[in-house]
Design a protein around this ligand. Sequence first.
Ligand code: PGA
Length: 254
Amino acid sequence: MRKKPFIVGNWKMNLTLAEGVEFAKSLRKSLQNKNEIISGICPPFTFLKDISRVLEGSSICVGAQNIHSEKNGAYTGEISALMVKDTGCTHVLLGHSERRHLFGEIDSFINAKMKTALSIDLKPIFCIGETLNEREEGKTKYVVKNQLKNGLLGIARNHVEELVIAYEPVWAIGTGKTASPEQANEVHSFIRGFLTDEYGKDVANSVYIQYGGSVKPENTKELIAQPEIDGLLVGGASIKLESFLKIIDAASIQ
Ligand code: PGA
């Protein structure tokens, strides 16, 4: 049986607190009777508490965009897993390509963050994906496999089962270039195969695999129609309520 599509908006470093709160209120109203999908938003840290409050008791998940791997300590400017959990968050984006490429985050650091998040029941949305060069050199599967292997190192089956994995080809993020539905499905299928080999079919099937990279209302239907695409991670098109709702609508009609 197909899972309910899981559609998450990654606001990145956008909007004001007031705009974010208004957005959350309207989103809650608009999705009141929508039971055929699961949705979520990942606002900036400083909005998390207010937005979690607005969405409390609804089916809309709230996620942070990052955490540090340590639970506390002398890490000026960082935010811990416990701190974001305390705001009411249930999810956290980890390994996003902007963190990897703009801030130099490496697999072992991401793996440590994954373990910390899971240890306090904060669910990672674990992002992976190849660069344009890597795709052109035919290394997509090699890169994705390594990110999976290293990111999931030492994580128990029962935790892997709860994961959301977001396949986001770096060349498609914020560029307007979307992977074709077939290209995305092929990598999703490869990811599912990796999970099946490592953790068995049941675990592999329960993991949500989202696609991300220039998702917009116009390409949602064909992406979500792919058998291995369980959901979408939406950046640019998630910061306007109207386009995010259009994406949610398009993902609901299958
Ligand atoms: P985009 O971003 O939809 O703007 O390409 C996706 C992401 O970074 O998660």
